[in-house]
Ligand binder design. Structure first.
Ligand SMILES: NC(=O)c1ccc[n+]([C@@H]2O[C@H](COP(=O)([O-])OP(=O)(O)OC[C@H]3O[C@@H](n4cnc5c(N)ncnc54)[C@H](O)[C@@H]3O)[C@@H](O)[C@H]2O)c1
Length: 258
């Protein structure tokens, strides 16, 4: 299918690589205009440039932004608004994996995880709603994790940060509905997807051995592909999901089913 996202203008955080870059590429292939932001500005610019070259016209923009920088959010949202003539899709995707149990984690690790994974989503929604209310219908897509719904002994901060995103998404959905804004808010909960973030799950990095170990935890017996998340994001961004708000999509190969 093509053009499922015609007329959609998406701001995607963490767009330099991994899921953010894939979501940007797949949304653009469905007719959306995208703005990719990342603390890795060069990476975001390279990804946007590749999309523009592929499409033969300017359909992707990029800005450097550390999502924990609350003060810069309004600036970035205004820049994306100006570049795309509006924003009607926000994908809060930027995130980090922080390993550690409640006893091994330092307060610094805890704070860093909360700032990047949860606080940024609050900042982003607060700032983007200002523009999105003028470009309805809209869709807010928050990339949580299966770890926001299922805990691990050594994921205390990550679990807590992603669980916060899960319920914040629902609170935002109810807030928008109450105001009769046609802006939906949902979360996506992937399990292990092959992206560079998996490097942070083991001291040795993402080796074949790690992939095999992780795949064994998944009932389907394999890791996810970034496009699995891209397809879900396209559905949530499109008007096909117009009756879906305050909900969650689990992409976990069955991991949370038992
Ligand atoms: N890959 C998985 O297995 C998996 C599973 C569940 C959830 N997730 C979530 O998906 C999202 C994307 O992860 P990914 O797998 O693509 O990881 P990744 O490490 O490949 O990409 C993350 C991107 O976010 C950017 N980023 C990190 N901190 C930032 C900050 N403070 N400000 C701006 N940009 C920042 C990085 O520069 C990078 O480009 C994250 O929120 C992650 O928690 C991933």
């Amino acid at each position: 299918m093509v053009d499922r996202l015609k007329g959609k203008k998406a701001l995607i955080t963490g767009g330099a690589q991994g899921l953010g870059a894939t979501i940007g590429r797949m949304m653009a292939a469905e007719g959306a205009i995208v703005t990719l932001t990342d603390r890795n500005e060069e990476g975001a610019r390279a990804t946007a440039a590749a999309l523009n070259a592929e499409h033969g016209r300017e359909i992707a923009f990029a800005f450097g932004h550390d999502v924990t920088d609350a003060a810069r959010w309004d600036e970035v949202v205004s820049a994306a608004d100006a570049a795309m003539s509006g924003i009607n899709v926000l994908v809060n995707n930027a995130g980090i994996a922080v390993m550690g149990s409640v006893e091994s984690l330092s307060l610094d690790d805890w704070d860093r995880c909360m700032k990047v994974n949860s606080d940024s989503v609050f900042f982003g929604i607060k700032s983007a709603l200002r523009v999105m209310r003028d470009h309805q219908p809209g869709s807010i897509i928050n990339i949580s994790s299966i770890s926001g719904l299922v805990a691990g002994h050594n994921l205390a901060a990550y679990n807590a940060s992603k669980a916060a995103v899960w319920l914040l998404s629902k609170s935002v959905a109810l807030h928008c509905a109450r105001l009769r804004l046609d802006i939906r808010s949902n979360s996506i909960h992937p399990a292990f997807i092959k992206t560079p973030i998996l490097n942070d799950l083991s001291p040795k990095g993402a080796t074949e051995e790690l992939y095999e170990k992780l795949a064994k935890q998944v009932p389907l017996g394999r890791l996810g592909d970034p496009s699995d998340v891209g397809h879900a994001a396209i559905y949530l961004a499109s008007d096909e999901s117009r009756f879906m708000t305050g909900s969650e999509l689990k992409l976990d190969g069955g991991l949370s089913a038992s």
